[in-house]
Design a protein around this ligand. Structure first.
Ligand SMILES: NC(=O)c1ccc[n+]([C@@H]2O[C@H](COP(=O)([O-])OP(=O)(O)OC[C@H]3O[C@@H](n4cnc5c(N)ncnc54)[C@H](OP(=O)(O)O)[C@@H]3O)[C@@H](O)[C@H]2O)c1
Length: 316
């Protein structure tokens, strides 16, 4: 009996060791090595189509996507809210990347159903050539208890912007991708969509939707040559409400973050992409599995402190 328990114990230890070793090698391969060896989809990116559509493309992560995809030789459709910023980014990309075509579409995704006929009209002549869709647009509510959000319309707006934009654009562009049997859909979720997200309940829930939708869509489309990726960033240095815009080792610049996403292209269905965010995702999901109530307590105190600091900063 003692011998059996001993053999079982050693077996379990070896299994866990092998799993840890696999996770470490896989982390290194998907984060750096595969891209260096050309095993990701970047070398074949133009095979998917000559145009890419990026939402929320005039600032932050979306702008970095537009710039880096243009640098790879793709024509870009910039979809965002402010016509002046669209014009500015379009000119910047055209200046930096000669020969690249840039089209702009100004819509406010918080408006809901009314914007999609316009988007369809603007994009229809490119349907056959659009190979890449980056569903990036997103917005946040103030970090506070849900009962303190003053206006109910804000919930419609965040759901329209973070969720409906992705679902409607995917539904609009997927039929042409299926016909060609190739396409690449990159959906930007957030680490807030995993684990607990107190005081950001609505934002976290919209991002959990993005993650679930993307993973299910990836499974649905795999056999049709369409690659879908769920990207789960931690903090990135942007002007998203509540962020300072400053970068550090754990808060990458938008350029560094998008480079990390592109390195992971086609390798992982669900990834935080940037090395530090990947470690964060791994440990939070592991702790969430083993000690959920401890993670809940730690998250409440961490986000509570952040919210307090943000309030102090806005009052100053
Ligand atoms: N930054 C982070 O730390 C972080 C972390 C996790 C996830 N994310 C996710 O990453 C995505 C991009 O975030 P970001 O930080 O790069 O944001 P950002 O710097 O605030 O840029 C947002 C972009 O989206 C556009 N936009 C915002 N609201 C819009 C609307 N209602 N209709 C049309 N366009 C709109 C903005 O255009 P205008 O300038 O014209 O408004 C801008 O081009 C979001 O989905 C966000 O949830 C970000």
């Amino acid at each position: 009996m003692v011998f059996c328990v001993e053999v079982f114990g050693w077996g379990m230890m070896m299994l866990m060791g092998a799993k840890l070793l696999f996770n470490f090698c896989n982390f290194f391969y998907t984060t750096y090595l595969a891209a260096a060896l050309g095993h990701n989809l970047v070398p074949k990116i133009k095979h998917y189509g000559s145009w890419a559509v990026v939402t929320g493309a005039t600032d932050g992560i979306g702008k970095a996507f537009a710039q880096q995809l243009a640098a790879m030789g793709l024509n870009i459709v910039l979809v965002s809210r402010s016509p002046a910023k669209l014009q500015h980014v379009s000119e910047e990309i055209s200046r930096q990347h000669r020969g690249i075509q840039v089209k702009t579409v100004a819509v406010d995704f918080t408006d809901g159903n009314t914007i999609y006929p316009k988007l369809k009209t603007e994009l229809a002549h490119l349907f056959g050539q659009i190979g890449i869709l980056v569903n990036n647009v997103g917005t946040k509510l103030p970090t506070c208890p849900i009962a303190d959000v003053p206006a109910g319309e804000q919930f419609n707006e965040i759901i329209n912007c973070n969720v409906m934009s992705m679902v409607r654009l995917t539904n609009m562009l997927l039929p042409a991708m299926r016909k060609k049997k190739r396409g690449l859909i990159i959906n930007i979720g957030s680490l807030s969509g995993t684990g607990f997200s107190p005081m950001r309940t609505t934002y976290g829930a919209t991002k959990a939707f993005v993650d679930k939708f993307s993973c299910d869509l990836a499974a649905e489309c795999r056999s049709e040559g369409i690659v879908v990726q769920s990207i789960l960033p931690g903090y990135v240095a942007t002007k998203l409400p509540g962020l300072s815009g400053k970068s550090s080792f754990d808060v990458p610049t938008t350029k560094a973050y998008v480079e990390a996403v592109l390195r992971s292209l086609g390798l992982e269905t669900r990834t935080a992409a940037y090395w530090f965010h990947k470690i964060l995702l791994y440990w939070t999901e592991l702790l969430y599995f083993f000690v959920p109530s401890l993670v809940q307590k730690l998250t409440v105190s961490f986000i509570g402190r952040k919210a307090q600091m943000a309030n102090v900063n806005t009052q100053e």
